[in-house]
Ligand binder design. Structure first.
Ligand code: LLP
Length: 387
């Protein structure tokens, strides 16, 4: 069982459905990540898209790490939670003119440019603002992340970044961009990456691109290697903390970082996934042939990952935690969609109406992707240091 007896007793008193965040797990995860990143001299920019709960961001700001934002809404959220503008980067394949204007006027660290047209638009807007914008080029390195195809971002067929083969055009255009200052390169190949060889391949590609640019007289003050480190969804209790040491060691070993270069990482999932749990209650138990369905009071409207990516989340019946799991259930939500389920053939103790069910490892891309579909409303939120 993931939780202690004492925590389960508290969880069973709270109104479902709800996300519960363990702030101790969050802080311990942050501390481990920071310690491991310091060995490579890297700086973490937390990817706000994974979870933008104010209370978590406030904790994060006390560790003086930066943030990776993909909308002006996320930039505002970061600023409101004491993350300094010089520690904010703004990425995203579709920035509006208003968002570009806002980001430049907030004097953030840099905008990551994802296309040649975006480069021209940012230059024009910076010109209107009578300033020079610090920018990095997000390059699509065509490196396979060996993860789910829906969360793969660094292949030529993906919409993200500037294709490496277009770099000649970019460098030809750059001298005409009087309102842009190129300070670095940005890469992000995908998410939930468990195979460290993908990061090694990324490093080798970055070395190649960097040498190519240096030969053309470009000095890069900063390299942003993106995020993507995966977590153990199958055994969150055994592997509560992601393997930050192995992750950062790959960059230390394979990336040809220049002594004057700042090195950034944009971790999202690996920092928040394991501190969050979605707790829901069984409404009904029903059978259909040999199938046993548990219909619970939360669903894809609150945690979309299983429906969207067929993602696995470990499920526990916290009301029956002393009993032996010996029955197979499909754990389904109340939404009128066949894909609305949390798990199929889940081994649980005999489960009944009213039991509390915990969906583990739900801190990343859970609450942020919740919707009001079927007008069922949003889940409640609780923190371990407040209940
Ligand atoms: N940087 C960029 C440019 C990104 O696009 C992302 C994630 C990150 C950093 C953070 O990646 P992480 O460390 O969290 O893997 N909703 C999906 C994941 C989408 C990831 C989008 N980009 C899921 O639930 O699996």
């Amino acid at each position: 069982m993931f939780f202690s007896h004492a925590i389960i007793e508290k969880l069973k008193k709270l109104p479902t459905p709800y996300y519960y965040y363990d702030t101790d797990i969050f802080e311990l995860t942050l501390q481990r990540a920071i310690k491991a990143s310091e060995k490579v001299g890297g700086k973490i920019h937390y990817a706000l898209k994974a979870n933008c709960q104010d209370k978590l961001l406030q904790i994060l700001s006390t560790y003086h790490i930066g943030s990776d934002c993909v909308s002006s809404g996320e930039i505002k959220k970061a600023l409101q939670n004491n993350i300094l503008p010089e520690n904010i980067v703004f990425a995203g394949v579709g920035k509006t003119d208003e968002e570009i204007t806002y980001a430049i006027s907030q004097k953030i660290f840099c905008l990551n440019i994802e296309s040649i047209q975006e480069m021209e638009v940012v230059n024009e807007i910076a010109g209107k603002l009578n300033t020079v914008a610090d920018v990095a080029l997000r390059i699509n390195p065509n490196v396979d992340a060996y993860t789910h195809k829906f969360i793969t971002t660094g292949l030529t067929e993906n919409k993200f970044g500037i294709n490496a083969s277009d770099l000649t055009i970019v460098l030809e255009k750059l001298p005409q961009m009087a309102h842009l200052k190129l300070i670095g390169l940005h890469f992000h190949i995908g998410s939930q990456i468990m195979d460290m060889s993908s990061f090694k391949n990324l490093c080798l590609k970055v070395n190649e691109i960097q040498r190519w640019m240096e030969e053309r007289g470009i000095v890069l003050k900063h390299l942003n290697m993106g995020g993507g480190l995966g977590v153990d969804y199958v055994h969150p209790d055994k592997n509560l903390f992601p393997d930050f040491e192995s992750y950062f060691a790959v960059f230390e070993k394979f990336l040809e970082r220049r002594p004057y270069q700042l090195l950034h990482f944009e971790l999202g999932r690996s920092l928040v996934a394991q501190c969050g749990v979605l707790v829901t209650k069984v409404l009904f138990h029903k059978t259909s042939g040999s199938k046993h369905f548990l219909i619970v009071d939360s669903g894809m409207n609150h945690l979309l990952r299983p429906a969207l990516y067929e993602a696995y989340h470990k499920i526990e019946n916290i009301s029956k935690y002393l009993e032996t799991p010996d029955e197979l259930y499909d754990v389904c939500g109340p939404i009128c969609e066949t894909t609305d389920y949390f798990g199929k053939n889940v081994l649980l103790p005999h489960t009944e109406r009213g039991d509390f069910i915990a969906i583990l490892s739900a801190g990343a891309y859970g609450e942020v992707m919740a919707s009001n579909y079927n007008l069922r409303g949003f889940p409640n939120i609780y923190f371990s240091n407040e209940i």
